[in-house]
Write a protein that binds this ligand. Sequence first.
Ligand code: ADP
Length: 263
Amino acid sequence: YRSNNPDRDQPTLQVPASPREIHDLGQAFNDLLVTQNQRLQRERQFISDASHELRTPIAAIRGNLSLIRRRGTAHPEVIPESLGFIDEESLRMQHLIENLLHLSRADRAQLQLTDQDLSFIALQLGEHYQPSLTQPLNLDVEPNVHVAGNGEMIQQIIVALLDNAHKYSPADQPITLSVHQTATQVTLAVADCGEGIPADQRQAIFQRFYRVDQSRSQAVEGSGLGLAIVQQLVHLNQAKIMVSANQPQGSRFTVTWQRPATK
Ligand code: ADP
């Protein structure tokens, strides 16, 4: 058999490769395998975490259904409480699934970044959300700060950070939303006066399902997915996010865009 394609019968390696080239090729192949392996492991971990999180509300729902079945006829007074539980837990599952969908969409998203007036977005959202926060909200927003990004995602980032500041800080302590720029970068920050996040857990909170000190977070509704979503959205907007301590107390989440060098 001879192929009609003249290139096909040509030997692909015309020059004998040097030991160095063979070594480099082997190394590149190994690196590829390692990253693919890591990705696979991360995906497996994600599926196992997600299943674990979904199992809890399902168990609660099934437990309460069984209670109604066993005792509902003789003791109808158990029914409203159990139904309330089922309602709550199914809502929790719904939120969880919506968040998981957000994450997988953000994984695949490829987007066009366009000019966004960050000052305008922050001021508008701040004013919009102020009434739903129990804390006073300070807006420290420099006018006319622009970034290349996706407006909807930037809004989602700000809302999620405000929501966390609201959840994890006392009602009478202020939250600050700020937007600033220097010659080289633009920063958007949300700072609160809550308990803060221990330095050794500041990386981990961006992982899916991670919550600081289960017992502390237990009192607050949440699945540990919010910041994982925020991090992906920040990444898609070609920005970076970090968390530091707010002075004298609390957390400060800072999103940073590098400004393109002006010619
Ligand atoms: P969730 O709030 O649903 O638990 P997140 O991914 O938004 O999930 O946050 C992960 C964890 O990080 C929270 O459970 C909480 O322990 C911690 N955290 C997030 N934001 C703050 C904050 N502003 N102050 C203190 N802790 C925070």
